[in-house]
Ligand binder design. Structure first.
Ligand code: ZN
Length: 352
C-alpha cells in the first residue's frame, strides 16, 4: 500500500449555520478538527487545500435554476430551503467548497497523486436532489464527485457505498438509470427520507446497479460487516470499479440521537479496513470518503479518527473474526432473513 491519505478541512465549513439547536451544527466539525491535531505528524497524511466547485461542475448533477436558488441565499442571514434545511450568509460558499473537496479528491486520487482521502466537510450532501435541497443537504457532494470522475476524469465505473443511517435518495436518483455508477446503501428503514426499499434496484441501463439494504434499527458491528462481506463484496468484485467513493455517516453510532443503529468505534474501523482492502484489490487503493451525518459528537469524533487511522494503514488488524462470528449465524436473526431476500432480489443481476 503506497501513497498519501488526503484530508480536506477548512474553517469555511464551520460558517454554515442552519440555526440554533439544529443537529447539523458547526460543532460537529469542531469536534473532528480538534481531534486531528497530532495526526499531522503521520508521514502518509496530508491536508489538502479544498477548491470550490464552480457552477459547471455543480451542474453535472444539479439544475442551473437550483444552483441559482442556493446562490441567492449568499449574504442573507437566514433562509429556509426545506423544512430541515436552512442556510446562513456563507452556506452557499461552504456548500460549493464541500462539493469541490470531493471533486478535488477524485481528481488527485485518479491521477495518482494520492492513494485515498476523506473530505471532512459540511453541509452534508446525499439527500440533495438535482433540483432541491433536502435533509440538511445543499449540493450532493458525493454525486458531484462521481459525476466529475465520469465526465471530466474519464472513469467508466464508480462504486458509491453509503453507510449513513439514512438512505441517500439524491445520490440514488442521480445515477438511477446508468450502469457507470453502482450505488450501494445500507440504511435504517422505514425511516427518513422514505426511499431505499429493497425493490429500488435501478431502471433501464441502470437496472441492478442500485443496491439497497434496508434494515430495522438495532443493527450492530457484526450486522454491518456481514452485509459488507456477504452482499457488497461479491457485487463489487463482479462490478470491478475504477474508484470507490463513500458517503460516510456516523449517525449509525450506537449513541446517535437521530437513529437507533448500534455501531461502535471498532465497527467503523472494521468497515473502513474492509473497504481499504477492497479498493486495494480492485482499483489500486483508490478510495475517497466524504462526511455525511453523525450527531453524537463523541461518536462522530472517535468514528472519524478510527476511519482515518485505517486509511493511513495505522491499524492493520483488519475486520476481526470475532466481529463477524455472532450476529448472523443465529437462527431467527431478522438481519439474516433480510440478506436472503436481497440475494433473491438480485439473483438475475449478481452471483452470491
Ligand atoms: Zn444521516
Amino acid at each position: 500500500m503506497k501513497g498519501k491519505t488526503l484530508l480536506f478541512k477548512d474553517d469555511l465549513f464551520l460558517a454554515h449555520d442552519p440555526g440554533f439547536t439544529h443537529p447539523e451544527c458547526p460543532d460537529r466539525l469542531n469536534a473532528i478538527y480538534s481531534a486531528l491535531i497530532g495526526l499531522e505528524s503521520n508521514v502518509d497524511l496530508s491536508f489538502s487545500v479544498p477548491v470550490s466547485a464552480d457552477q459547471s461542475t455543480l451542474g453535472l448533477v444539479h439544475t442551473p435554476s437550483y444552483i441559482q436558488m442556493v446562490a441567492a441565499t449568499a449574504g442573507k442571514p437566514f433562509e429556509s430551503l426545506d423544512p430541515d434545511t436552512k442556510t446562513s450568509a456563507r452556506s452557499y460558499d461552504a456548500a460549493c467548497l464541500a462539493a469541490g473537496s470531493v471533486v478535488e479528491g477524485v481528481r488527485l486520487i485518479a491521477s495518482g497523486q494520492a492513494r485515498n482521502g476523506f473530505a471532512l466537510v459540511r453541509p452534508p450532501g446525499h439527500h440533495a436532489e438535482a433540483d432541491r435541497a433536502k435533509g440538511f443537504c445543499l449540493f450532493n457532494n458525493v454525486a458531484v464527485g462521481a459525476a466529475y470522475g465520469l465526465k471530466k476524469v474519464g472513469l467508466k465505473k464508480i462504486l458509491i457505498i453509503d453507510w449513513d443511517l439514512h438512505h441517500g435518495n439524491g445520490t440514488q436518483h442521480s445515477f438511477y438509470e446508468m450502469d457507470q455508477v453502482l450505488y450501494f446503501s445500507i440504511h435504517q428503514y422505514p425511516f427518513y427520507p422514505g426511499t431505499g426499499a429493497m425493490h429500488e434496484i435501478g431502471r433501464g441501463e441502470g437496472l441492478g446497479y442500485t443496491v439497497n439494504v434496508p434494515f430495522a434499527g438495532g443493527q450492530n458491528d457484526q450486522a454491518y460487516l456481514a452485509v459488507f462481506n456477504d452482499i457488497l463484496l461479491p457485487i463489487a468484485r463482479q462490478y470491478q470499479p475504477e474508484m470507490i467513493l463513500v458517503s460516510a455517516g456516523y449517525d449509525i453510532y450506537y449513541g446517535d440521537p437521530l437513529g437507533s443503529m448500534a455501531v461502535s468505534e471498532a465497527g467503523f474501523s472494521a468497515m473502513t479496513r474492509l473497504l481499504v482492502n477492497l479498493a486495494e484489490e480492485l482499483c489500486g487503493g483508490r478510495l475517497m470518503l466524504t462526511l455525511e451525518g453523525g450527531y453524537d459528537l463523541e461518536g462522530l469524533k472517535t468514528g472519524v479518527i478510527a476511519t482515518i487511522n485505517e486509511l493511513v494503514g495505522k491499524n492493520t488488524g483488519g475486520p476481526s473474526s470475532e466481529l463477524l462470528e455472532s450476529a448472523f449465524g443465529q437462527p431467527g436473526c431478522p438481519g439474516l432473513e433480510a440478506l436472503k431476500m436481497i440475494r433473491q432480489v438480485f439473483k438475475d443481476h449478481w452471483t452470491f
